[in-house]
Design a protein. Structure first.
Length: 214
């Protein structure tokens, strides 16, 4: 039975780079503020990049996680499908609770009209659901749980890079501030670790049980 410490130790490279991403992001937010860091991270916009990041951000959509779950089910990877589903649902629940609790304005709602020139028509939203970023929460829950499944270090870093890229896409598209993205990454990562730990501690025996004995 894996302990929580063993899970962390076996994925230290993933968590080390995630920690670096979080610390650097936190320093930027503390130094420049959420508005200043948002503008600093958005110095260059082009129509081509808009299209690219609108595609990238889809990986943080709930539908993308559902597709991954379906793939695992088709491959009869019941335990992996269950863990991805649990991580997705639990992290989404936590994110929604915090969104309603804090009710923070999105960048387009936060900045005065004309203060920021790169909001994208019919893409960037108004509203008070900025903190935390739901898409970032979703992709980090998925990226972390997939990283925990594989022993391949390069694959772990690819999953982490995908999470960071989706997080940045939320800033680029004007949907969230950096602090929203950082908190989303924390929720997604911690929930995924918790789900995986609970599963290997409690659930493995259920999935290992012959189906005829159920």
């Amino acid at each position: 039975m894996k302990t929580l410490r063993a899970i962390i130790a076996g994925n230290r490279l993933f968590f080390a780079f995630w920690g670096l991403f979080f610390v650097l992001g936190l320093i930027l937010v503390l130094y420049m503020g959420k508005a200043g860091s948002f503008v600093e991270l958005n110095p260059y916009h082009r129509t081509t990049l808009d299209t690219v990041f609108m595609s990238v951000t889809f990986m943080g959509d709930g539908l993308f996680s559902v597709i991954v779950i379906v793939v695992f089910l088709l491959r009869r990877c019941w335990s992996k499908a269950t863990q991805v589903l649990a991580a997705f649902l639990l992290s989404a629940l936590v994110a929604q609770i915090l969104k309603n609790l804090f009710s923070m304005p999105r960048p387009m709602q936060f900045f005065p009209p004309g203060a920021y020139p790169y909001f994208i028509k019919d893409v960037t939203h108004l509203g008070f659901a900025s903190f935390p970023s739901g898409h970032t929460t979703s992709i980090f829950a998925l990226a972390t749980i997939l990283a925990l499944f594989t022993p391949d270090r390069r694959a772990k870093l690819v999953y982490l890079f995908a999470g960071v890229l989706v997080g940045y896409s939320r800033i680029y598209l004007g949907q969230h501030f950096l602090n929203d993205v950082l908190m989303g990454s924390v929720i997604g990562t911690l929930v995924a670790v918790l789900v995986h730990w609970l599963f290997v501690a409690k659930g493995e025996r259920w999935f290992a049980r012959p189906r005829g004995n159920i």
